[in-house]
Every structure is written in structure tokens, then in C-alpha cells.
Design a protein around this ligand. Structure first.
Ligand SMILES: NC(=O)c1ccc[n+]([C@@H]2O[C@H](COP(=O)([O-])OP(=O)(O)OC[C@H]3O[C@@H](n4cnc5c(N)ncnc54)[C@H](OP(=O)(O)O)[C@@H]3O)[C@@H](O)[C@H]2O)c1
Length: 302
């Protein structure tokens, strides 16, 4: 099968489309014929050699966590899913024609494979940090870097829970944030004052890692009401860095519920053929994705 792989850590040029052995699912896993894989910043962070997990990456390595596709092998002990089912979920080396998933859920019917591939990691992250920051209905949450994948999910889930949201994003994304039900303002000079004018803030999330932790603590008045997923220096300000993934099966079940109720939609900013995964990484790295980018293994209509 075709698979995106790299034999050394480095820039996007280390990615190559290679012929590889097909993977097969062990107990409790399934294999899908991948239709699309979500592109997450963690994909290029790991490729660059940033140490993110407890386990070192063995080279050569594949790329990708999130995917949507058609079940074609079912591991021992797996129940409730059949060959031919359309699923989305999380696994390993998903930028490939076939991938093994460790967590999955049936795809909501009206989603395309490309759309579905964008949800798993961003929804897991959004649910986790909303839980950790402890914000409740009737309160106001400030989200720094609100127009990306995680931000799009946080905004919509918070609004569904009766939380008022103030989001910061670039000028081209102000109407996008408002379309998700948020109060919007731009980041950059004067942003703290612009947020103050929108109202008092009970809790805050740093999704962009743009060096604003001190200001977020100032705005909430309490470092325990701020969480960062992108600034490793956050603990120096007494702020928690959230980096350990929560339960993916629960996140997928909640995603299905929200999507089916019309409360959650993550737009696909752009899709790329498997052979152009490097371009997807370059664009994701630029840091201005609205929603999610996806790598397409087989187009939706084939
Ligand atoms: N620790 C964890 O568990 C975890 C989990 C998931 C993701 N992450 C990390 O969290 C970050 C966000 O992930 P993502 O998938 O949402 O990324 P993304 O889709 O690439 O979105 C990044 C967003 O940041 C915004 N942004 C860029 N510069 C900004 C600035 N100076 N101030 C405020 N916002 C700015 C952009 O908005 P504009 O386009 O409007 O400028 C863009 O929408 C990444 O660094 C990722 O690695 C960590």
C-alpha cells in the first residue's frame, strides 16, 4: 500500500510517499481503508523531532492520528462494528491507504469522509480542556486562538453548554467566530483592552501559544482558571499545561451527538492528495488554519 513516511526528523522535505506493508489490527482494534486523514499540528511537531509523548518515535515512522474510512478488517474481541461500516476515529499512521484504529465511532450520516477526518483529536482536546478549566453555564470563557481546529470545537461546545465565549483571531476570521456564536476580537496590540470592553472573563484557554499567559491570568484574576495547550512556559505563571489526552471513545460519542444535533461543525479549510502531505504540513505550520486541513487518500465519490 501507499503510505507517507519519514526516515529522519526534519522539515516537510523528509516526508515521502512509499510502498509499505499493509498493517493488520491486533485485539481490540480495527483496520480501515482510509478515505481521509486529519492534519493536526502534532503531526508536524513529531516529524520535526519535538519530544511530545512518553515514548520515543522509532524511525522510519508514519504520520497521522485522525482518519475516516471504511472498515475492512476487525480485530479479535471487537464487537458492534462490521466490515463495510463508515467510521471516524484515532489510530496510527493514518496518512496511508490502510490504517489501524484504536478508537472509532460510526460516522454521522450527513458528513463526508473529508469532514469526518477533522474531528477526533480536536474534539477530544476541546472536551478535556473545557472540563479542566471548569467553566459553567452562565459564565464567560475567553479563548485565545479561537478560529483553528481546537478553537472551533471549543467555541461550539461551550455555546451548547450555555457559556458565553469571547474569541480572539485574525481580522479575516472575525465573522467566522461570530458565526459560531462567539463575541470576537482581534489579537495583537491592544487586545487586552478590547477583551475588557466585551465583558468580564471567568476562565481562559490559550490555544495559540502566542505568549499571552500573563495577560490571561490578569483578565481572569486567577491562574487556576487558565489552561494552555500550546505554551510550555505556562506553569511559570501558575497555569496548567494540558497535554495528556483524555478518553477518545467518549469524545467520539459526544462528537456524534453534537454533530447529529447540528451543534458542531468543523469546516475543512483545504484538502490535499496523499502525495502532497508535505504541503499540508507547510500550510498547517503557518498557523492560520480555519477549522481543519485534511489529506485525502481516496476522494469521497469513489
Ligand atoms: N496539548 C495538547 O493536548 C494539544 C492538543 C491539540 C493541539 N495542541 C496544540 O494547540 C495549538 C492549536 O491547535 P489547533 O489544532 O487548533 O491549531 P490550528 O488549527 O493550526 O489553529 C491555530 C490558530 O491559532 C490562531 N493564531 C495564530 N496566531 C495567533 C496569535 N498570535 N494569537 C491568537 N491566535 C493566533 C490562528 O488564527 P488566525 O488564522 O485567525 O490568525 C489559527 O486559527 C497547536 O499549537 C497544537 O500543537 C495541543
Amino acid at each position: 500500500m501507499k503510505k507517507v513516511s519519514y526516515a529522519e526528523f526534519g522539515g516537510p522535505h523528509v516526508l515521502h510517499l512509499i510502498d509499505a506493508e499493509e498493517p493488520h489490527p491486533g485485539p481490540g482494534r480495527i483496520r480501515i481503508a482510509v478515505r481521509a486523514a486529519g492534519v493536526n499540528p502534532v503531526d508536524w511537531r513529531v516529524r520535526e523531532g519535538q519530544v511530545l509523548g512518553a515514548h520515543p518515535i522509532e524511525l522510519p515512522a508514519g504520520v497521522g492520528l485522525d482518519a475516516a474510512g471504511v472498515v475492512d478488517e476487525v480485530g479479535q474481541g471487537v464487537e458492534g462494528v462490521e466490515i463495510g461500516d463508515h467510521v471516524f476515529g484515532e489510530g496510527t499512521d493514518t496518512y496511508a491507504e490502510f490504517a489501524v484504529l484504536s478508537a472509532w465511532a460510526p460516522m454521522p450520516q450527513h458528513l463526508t469522509f473529508q469532514e469526518a477526518a477533522g474531528y477526533p483529536s480536536v474534539v477530544e482536546t476541546a472536551l478535556r480542556i473545557l472540563r479542566e478549566v471548569g467553566v459553567r453555564s452562565g459564565q464567560t470563557l475567553l479563548v485565545s486562538g479561537a478560529s483553528g481546529g481546537v478553537g472551533s470545537a471549543v467555541l461550539q461546545i461551550a455555546r451548547d453548554r450555555g457559556i458565553t465565549v469571547i474569541g480572539t483571531a485574525g481580522a479575516p476570521n472575525q465573522d467566522y467566530l461570530r458565526s459560531l456564536g462567539a463575541l470576537a476580537t482581534t489579537y495583537g496590540q491592544g487586545w487586552v483592552e478590547r477583551v475588557r470592553q466585551l465583558g468580564p472573563v471567568d476562565a481562559a484557554l490559550d490555544l495559540a501559544g502566542s505568549g499571552v499567559i500573563r495577560e490571561l491570568v490578569e483578565l481572569t484574576g486567577n491562574p487556576h482558571k487558565v489552561i494552555s495547550i500550546a505554551d510550555l512556559g505556562a506553569p511559570q505563571h501558575g497555569v496548567r499545561f494540558s497535554g495528556v489526552a483524555g478518553s477518545m471513545p467518549e469524545a467520539l460519542a459526544e462528537a456524534v451527538d453534537l454533530i447529529s444535533r447540528g451543534k458542531l461543525h468543523i469546516p475543512v479549510e483545504k484538502s490535499y492528495p496523499l502525495a502532497e502531505a508535505a504541503a499540508a504540513h507547510i500550510d498547517s505550520h503557518a498557523g492560520h488554519t480555519r477549522g481543519r486541513r485534511v489529506v485525502v487518500v481516496r476522494p469521497d465519490r469513489t
